[in-house]
Design a protein around this ligand. Sequence first.
Ligand code: NAD
Ligand code: DAU
Length: 353
Amino acid sequence: MSILITGGAGFIGSNFVLDWLGQSDERVVNLDKLTYAGNLENLASLQGDARHVFVHGDIGDFTLVSRLLAEHQPRAVVNFAAESHVDRSIHGPGEFIQTNIVSTFHLLEALRAHWGALEGEARSGFRLLHVSTDEVYGSLGAGEPAFTETHRYEPNSPYSASKAASDHLVRAYHHTYGLPVVTTNCSNNYGPYHFPEKLIPLMIVNALAGKPLPVYGDGQQVRDWLYVTDHCSAIRHVLADGRPGETYNVGGWNEKTNLEIVHTVCALLDELQPRTDGRPYREQIAYVTDRPGHDRRYAIDARKLGRELGWKPAETFETGIRKTVAWYLDHRPWVANVLSGSYRDWVKKQYGD
Ligand code: NAD
Ligand code: DAU
C-alpha cells in the first residue's frame, strides 16, 4: 500500500511525511515542484529509505500525475501543494492562480480519470484529502464566534481567494463526479522546518541576527496557532475516518495577537539564548507599514473534528512554541542554508544531475 503526497517538501508536507513514516511503514510517494518553499533538506533523514519515493514535478502535469497514479496505485492522495504566502500573493498573484487553481484542476482531472477506472475496494476506499486554510472564511470581528465548517466563504487576499477556488473545485468534483474527497481547513501552523518568511520563524531568525522584528500595523491582529504535528495528526484522523464530501476545521484554540507572539518568542530567546549585551530581544521590535487588506482575526471552531473523529491537539501553545524556538536554536545550519539559498543545492548533492 502507498499514499501520494503533494507538496511534501514544504513546511507542513515534510512534517507530515516524517510523522507518517515515524508511525507506519506504508510507502509515501512525494510529488513536489521544489519552488523556493520546497526544501528536500527537511527530508534528509529519509535518505536511502525505500519507503519514501521523491518525484520532482508539478501537480498540474496531468501526464505525470496519471503515470504516478497508475504506477503506484496509492490508496489515497493528500494535497498540500500550493503557493502559501499571503504577502507574496499580494506582490504577484499570478503563481497563486496558476498553482492553487489551474494546477489543482489538472490534479483533479487526473484523479477523476484514475478513480473512475478503479473497481471494488480500491474504488470505494480511495480518498483525496485536500489541505486548505481558515483564511477562506475571511476576517472575524473581536466578539464574533470562531469559524465553523458552515461559515460563508469570504476570502480577502489573492492567496485565500485562490485557496477558496481550489476548495470549490474539490467540492464540485465530489458533487458532480462522486470523487471521494475530504477537505481540511486549518489555522496558522508553526514548528520545525517553517520557512523564515512567515511570522514565527522570521522573528526567531531576525532576533538572533540582531535585525529588526517587523510588526505590521498595530500588531493587534489575531491568529489561531496550531503546532504542526497536531495538524499532521488531524489529517491522519480525517484520512482514516472522515466522511467523503465533508469538510473539517482544524485548530488549536490558541488565539493570540501578533504582538503577543513576538513578545513570547523574545522572552524565550532571552531565556535560551540571551543577547550578548544583556538587553531584551523585544527592543528589536519595529512597527512597519501594514499588509494591504490585512485580515484582523481568524479563529477556528474545531469541535466537529473532536466530536466525530476524536481528534484533539497534543501540544499547548506554551509547549509548542518552546519546542519551536529550541528547534531553531538547535538547527542553525538548516537556517543558514535556507537564508543563503544553498538548500537548493541539496537536490543536486543528494540526487546528482
Ligand atoms: P509551503 O509553502 O511551505 O510548501 C508548499 C510546497 O508545495 C512546497 O514544497 C512547494 O515546492 C510545493 N509546490 C508548490 N507548487 C507546486 C506545484 N504546482 N506542484 C507540486 N508542488 C508544488 O506551504 P505549507 O505552509 O507547508 O502549506 C501546505 C498547505 O497547507 C498549503 O496548501 C497551505 O495552503 C495549507 N495551509 C497552510 C497553513 C500554514 O500555517 N502554513 C495553514 C493552513 C493551511
Ligand atoms: O491562517 C492560515 C494561514 O496562515 C495559511 O493559510 C498560510 O499559508 C500561512 O502562511 C499563514 O498565513 P498568515 O498570513 O496568517 O501568516 P504569516 O506568518 O505571513 O503572518 C502571520 C501574521 O503576522 C499576520 O497577521 C501578518 C503578521 N506579520 C507577518 C510577517 C511575515 C507581521 O506582523 N510581520 C511580518 O513580518
